[in-house]
Design a protein around this ligand. Structure first.
Ligand SMILES: [Cu+2]
Length: 179
């Protein structure tokens, strides 16, 4: 493929057969673009396949509430980290950690949530979670919330995982009693 691309952009090719060159170059470029896309998808698929996501859900909101937590279980068969997330229902979606300071629950944004190989990492109320910030509409029980997760392997290769999380109503009180 590299050879083909060199052919397309090589000055000698352009001088050789001027009249037939444009369409020939287009075909080669199209072929080149397709191969590049294939390689990118293969890499993405391989890394994304390493991560399994189960039991995703999002806490229901009440009118006026601007944030909600998204929870799930993640298991990767290679060392990976959850580094970013996105959802169309919120302005931004951040990986968060929960800490307890003198009995007061505090959340903070974290750059990454490590996913050690073959270990199930549970995002749950009172622990790590994804925070949907500035929610654009009320999230009612039974709604589906699309989520995009970006994971990064040890080589820095990022891949994208798409999922749908069901909205569930859970009493806020459970937040202060982490298991
Ligand atoms: Cu949070």
């Amino acid at each position: 493929m590299v050879k083909l691309q060199q052919c397309v952009f090589h000055p000698a090719s352009a001088f050789g057969r001027k009249s037939s060159m444009p369409s020939y170059a287009r075909i080669l470029r199209a072929g080149g673009a397709a191969l590049v896309f294939m390689l990118v998808s293969d890499t993405t698929a391989a890394a994304a396949d390493a991560v399994k996501i189960t039991a995703p859900w999002v806490r229901a909101t009440v009118p006026g509430q601007s944030v909600a937590g998204a929870y799930m279980e993640l298991t990767s068969n290679v060392p990976t980290a959850l580094v970013a997330a996105d959802s169309p229902v919120a302005r931004k979606t951040e990986p968060h950690a929960t800490t307890f300071d003198g009995g007061v629950m505090k959340m903070r944004a974290v750059e990454r949530i490590e996913l050690p190989a073959n270990e199930t990492v549970v995002l749950k109320p009172g622990g790590y979670h994804l925070m949907l910030v500035d929610i654009r509409r009320e999230l009612k029980p039974g709604d589906r919330v699309p989520l995009t997760l970006i994971v990064q392997d040890r080589n820095g290769v990022r891949s994208t995982l798409q999922l749908d999380a069901e909205v569930r109503a859970v009493a806020a009180g459970t937040l202060s009693h982490p298991k």
